[in-house]
Write a protein that binds this ligand. Structure first.
Ligand SMILES: [Zn+2]
Length: 126
């Protein structure tokens, strides 16, 4: 026996679980389509768009290295895949990193970048 409480929406009659997100727009869609799966997939799409937009773009600095052939790449942090980025207020750390790289023979310079902070999606991975 299922633990979820299924009820029908009083407005449109769609079978919903008790805690299911079911805004009025979903009622309108269900009345048009009479297809609960389609309503849920549309809601999921809208929610996903909202999650993407909630990632705020910030301004900061990174260090760019020029290869001998003239192409460039942004320095990654300690062998990782993500670019090491300093927020605007920490520009001096980017400059210091650039100087270290130049001292080690790299053609490095500080560049302004836009970035999005990584967000934890799972607290711990074993
Ligand atoms: Zn409804």
């Amino acid at each position: 026996m299922s633990q979820s409480t299924n009820t029908n929406c009083a407005e449109c009659g769609m079978p919903c679980e008790s805690r299911e997100f079911h805004p009025l727009a979903a009622c309108a869609l269900f009345k048009m389509l009479n297809d609960a799966a389609a309503v849920r997939s549309n809601l999921e799409f809208v929610l996903e768009c909202g999650r993407k937009q909630s990632h705020e773009i910030e301004q900061g600095f990174a260090v760019q290295i020029a290869r001998d052939d003239g192409s460039t790449f942004l320095c990654a942090a300690n062998g990782g895949v993500l670019t090491q980025v300093w927020p605007r207020a920490q520009r001096k750390y980017a400059v210091s990193h650039k100087r270290d790289l130049i001292a080690n023979g790299f053609k490095a310079k500080v560049v302004a970048v836009e970035f999005v902070r990584p967000r934890v999606v799972q607290e711990q991975i074993k």
